[in-house]
Ligand binder design. Structure first.
Ligand SMILES: *[C@@H]1O[C@H](CO)[C@@H](O)[C@H](O)[C@H]1NC(C)=O
Ligand SMILES: *[C@@H]1O[C@H](CO)[C@@H](O)[C@H](O)[C@H]1NC(C)=O
Ligand SMILES: *[C@@H]1O[C@H](CO)[C@@H](O)[C@H](O)[C@H]1NC(C)=O
Ligand SMILES: *[C@@H]1O[C@H](CO)[C@@H](O)[C@H](O)[C@H]1NC(C)=O
Ligand SMILES: *[C@@H]1O[C@H](CO)[C@@H](O)[C@H](O)[C@H]1NC(C)=O
Ligand SMILES: *[C@@H]1O[C@H](CO)[C@@H](O)[C@H](O)[C@H]1NC(C)=O
Ligand SMILES: *[C@@H]1O[C@H](CO)[C@@H](O)[C@H](O)[C@H]1NC(C)=O
Ligand SMILES: *[C@@H]1O[C@H](CO)[C@@H](O)[C@H](O)[C@H]1NC(C)=O
Ligand SMILES: *[C@@H]1O[C@H](CO)[C@@H](O)[C@H](O)[C@H]1NC(C)=O
Length: 696
């Protein structure tokens, strides 16, 4: 089989044609082989994906767009070598790597894409990614054994197969579970369920943390090592319609590159050590488009669509197609929030994480979900619960976005008021796997919990700057001097923003100026003046008094809280003194309670819309239209810090107050975690083994 792959590569190079050469030679079409199948082997999937040679025109186009779009990303120059505490974590020079990639030869378009993809992933910045619908999450590889990091009563930490592994896998994978049942050796054959909770002594004959740390090097998304380690393990999140289960990077992979894994395990209550080899199985992604052969695979999945590039908002064709505004952005599939229409996204700026996997739609097993119904004030990703002690209220908040901004905003206030009137005197906010969303919902939640104070009014978030390269400055000039955005549709319109005194800019203001000149890692760079907030006054009148005292509020997560979730957690922690808890992290790795702060995130197609609407597409610095089905995310505004107000918050420390250990009884069970954390943080109580990182 490997010979076949090599042969395909050689054929590809030899012909170096844009169309698939295999069928022309009478060889079986590797994409036709897997067409229409829900489950395939990783080898079969990657043989199809690898069968397309790299067209030099596609290569040039992709690099040009990536290169010119990166000039709108705020953080490029810091990312060359991030300061402490992320100096070991972020040191990716996009200038150098794009230059290297443009000179390098590739055996296939897939190989080229992986290099580009991993280059962006090394930024460890979930706002700045380059994702191709042709390859990323097209076939997602799974194992039926998600892993967890558990702490035993004596304080020792071990990797385990999740106790719920079989329940999750058998519900989600249906008959495919048989392929793993039959892969088990000897007496274990057909007994996958007995692996639940097993201690994992080795992965591919090495200490499990060799695999955890190897994954942390490539998974991207978050600056800190601890947060990237945590992504290896399973977790939960509150979705718009229910509780979801995240398999973690061990049991769920973006590309079909790994065929199998060898595990050395000790099952629960067993003294024997077993060695098993489990194959990965690749499932056709839910965002992938059906195909029948190589030609239709490419046509349906790999070429730019009508939505890939931006549009001139003032072109007659767009003005007559208002239904466009109900569609989500092309990058929406990978944004870690429920889908939001373009109209809603434009009205309420976003700060949201982008991953190469779509938001999970795997169910958290019902027996692990909260059994008491949530309060009626709950809406979508925001669910309110009262714990059995009748004094601890919980807001489970899976995202800062929901489809109806206004309903969401009301729900947050009504739910907290209801908890309080029902007797809650303290509040847990669970933001596990919260990838951010509406900036103004982060400000709103901070403001209503804490009340009216200098730290919440008028600015309840962070001041920001945006990059002011020559093309960005020209877009602003076209708007303010030539009146090119009369309907105030564009992000570069001054009327969208306020200055550092939170005074809105008037229509004619060249708002970027006076420019902020920065020299970072040897690169001179221009940014706008410091910007204030645009969320207040809110559409809903907030109560003057805070709903809870800061000392009675705890923000809890697995560290995977990003973007608008970071804006919320950071202001709550650093300005108000609210305590933060990360669950399940490795003892000796510092745990950050959030990461990837940003300020406002956006993407190539949105920037392209700004360029086209101001008639600047012909400018030498304007990225061309993409030819491929690619999305590129960027940080468009970057928040200034709290402890060091003259440097970005992005590179400042966010150490969790407590790294809370998980056990066989609490892992991935939200209510059990809330109760266990409540017992430790709110009560005088002899705590179980736990690592206190900060005194409080
Ligand atoms: C794609 O194929 C699957 C299975 O073959 C089928 O269930 C589904 O309806 C198809 N989707 C479209 C959009 O044709
Ligand atoms: C990126 O764009 C800049 C500005 O146009 C150019 O000088 C540089 O060569 C480009 N880099 C690559 C790798 O194309
Ligand atoms: C392991 O042994 C304990 C104590 O005998 C028992 O309660 C538990 O159910 C056993 N677990 C499994 C998976 O066999
Ligand atoms: C894309 O745009 C073209 C030209 O406007 C149109 O003919 C085609 O139907 C569109 N495709 C889709 C899928 O909307
Ligand atoms: C919550 O809503 C349910 C269903 O609409 C209703 O039966 C119940 O009485 C409501 N509870 C409260 C406390 O209003
Ligand atoms: C909490 O309130 C419920 C309903 O009012 C009551 O049944 C329960 O006994 C209370 N629990 C405690 C610990 O007070
Ligand atoms: C959004 O929610 C508000 C209530 O806050 C409601 O008035 C409005 O009709 C909803 N919008 C849509 C489109 O459902
Ligand atoms: C913001 O604008 C107001 C009104 O023009 C001005 O008085 C104020 O000084 C400005 N603040 C800053 C920080 O530039
Ligand atoms: C770009 O330049 C071409 C030729 O110079 C011209 O025909 C076209 O109208 C220009 N497009 C825009 C959007 O300015």
């Amino acid at each position: 089989m490997r010979l076949v792959v090599v042969l395909l590569f050689l054929v590809s190079i030899a012909l170096n044609a844009a169309t698939n050469p295999i069928s022309a030679l009478g060889l079986p079409d590797p994409c036709a082989e897997i067409a229409g199948k829900q489950w395939v082997s990783p080898l079969a999937a990657r043989t199809c994906l690898s069968s397309f040679p790299l067209d030099p025109a596609i290569k040039d186009n992709t690099i040009r767009v990536a290169n010119l779009t990166k000039s709108f990303h705020t953080s490029v120059n810091w990312q060359i070598q991030a300061p402490e505490p992320f100096a070991n974590d972020v040191h990716e020079d996009l200038y150098k790597d794009l230059a290297r990639i443009s000179l390098q030869e590739y055996q296939s378009e897939f190989e080229f894409h992986q290099d580009l993809f991993h280059t962006f992933r090394r930024l460890n910045d979930g706002h700045c990614v380059l994702i191709n619908y042709c390859y990323d999450s097209l076939y997602i590889s799974y194992l039926p054994t998600p892993l967890t990091l558990l702490t035993s009563p004596d304080g020792q930490q071990n990797v385990h197969i999740a106790p719920e592994a079989f329940a999750v896998a058998s519900a989600e994978f249906g008959d495919e579970i048989e392929s793993w049942q039959s892969a088990l050796p000897g007496k274990l054959k057909g007994k996958l369920e007995t692996l639940n909770g097993a201690k994992v002594l080795a992965i591919n004959d090495q200490d499990p943390f060799v695999a955890v740390n190897a994954n942390a090097l490539v998974t991207g998304g978050y600056q800190s090592l601890g947060t990237r380690q945590n992504s290896f393990f399973s977790s939960y999140s509150r979705g718009a319609t229910g509780w979801n289960y995240l398999m973690g990077n061990f049991a769920q992979q973006v590309h079909p590159l790994t065929d199998a894994v060898k595990l050395t395990i000790q099952r629960v209550n067993s003294t024997s050590i077993d060695t098993i080899t489990l194959p990965y199985r690749s499932r056709f992604g839910r965002g992938a488009k059906n195909f029948t052969d190589s030609a239709s695979f490419r046509a349906n999945n790999c070429l730019a669509t009508n939505d890939t590039n931006g549009l001139n908002m003032y072109a007659a064709s767009h003005l007559t197609e208002p239904e466009d505004s109900e569609k989500p952005l092309p990058i929406a599939y990978f944004q870690q929030q429920p889908p939001v229409s373009r109209k809603e996204a434009r009205r309420h700026p976003m700060n949201v994480l982008v991953d190469a996997l779509p938001l999970s739609d795997i169910d958290l097993p019902e027996t692990m979900q909260p059994t008491e119904p949530a309060l009626n004030e709950s809406y979508s990703v925001a669910q309110f619960y009262m714990l059995a002690d009748n004094t601890t209220g919980v807001l489970a908040l899976g995202s800062f976005s929901a489809s109806n901004f206004s309903a969401f905003q009301h729900s947050l206030l009504d739910g907290l008021v209801k908890l309080k009137s029902s007797g809650a005197t303290r509040l847990l906010v669970d933001v596990t796997n919260n990838g951010g969303g509406y900036i103004c919902i982060a400000h709103w939640l901070h403001r209503i919990i804490i009340g009216s104070k200098s730290t919440t009014e008028p600015q309840a978030g962070l001041d920001t700057i945006t990059r002011a390269g020559p093309l960005a400055q020209l877009i602003v000039q076209r708007i303010v001097q030539d009146g090119m955005d009369p309907d105030k549709l564009l992000y570069y319109n001054p009327t969208q923003w306020t200055n550092a005194s939170n005074i809105p800019f008037t229509p004619g203001t060249d708002w970027m100026k006076p420019l902020t000149e920065l020299k970072t890692n040897g690169h001179e760079d221009l940014f706008s003046q410091r910007l204030g907030q645009e969320c207040q006054p809110f559409d809903v009148e907030p109560p003057r008094k805070g709903l809870f005292k800061a000392k009675d509020v705890v923000v809890i997560s697995n560290g995977r809280c990003a973007s608008s979730c970071s804006l919320f957690s950071i202001t709550m922690s650093k300005l108000e003194g609210v305590r933060t808890v990360v669950v399940g992290g490795k003892h000796d790795t510092p745990q950050q309670y959030c990461g990837v702060v940003g300020g406002q995130s956006t993407d190539f197609s949105t920037i392209d819309t700004e360029i086209k609407s101001t008639h600047l597409k012909n400018h030498t610095l304007a990225p061309p239209d993409l030819l491929s089905n690619i999305v590129q995310g960027i940080t468009w505004r970057l928040g200034y810090g709290i402890n060091n107000p003259n440097e970005p918050e992005e590179w400042q420390d966010h150490p969790a107050d407590i790294n809370f250990p998980l056990t066989m009884d609490t892992v991935n069970r939200p209510v059990a975690i809330w109760e266990a954390v409540t017992n430790v943080v709110f009560k005088s109580f002899t705590p179980p083994p736990l690592v206190v990182q900060n005194e409080f």
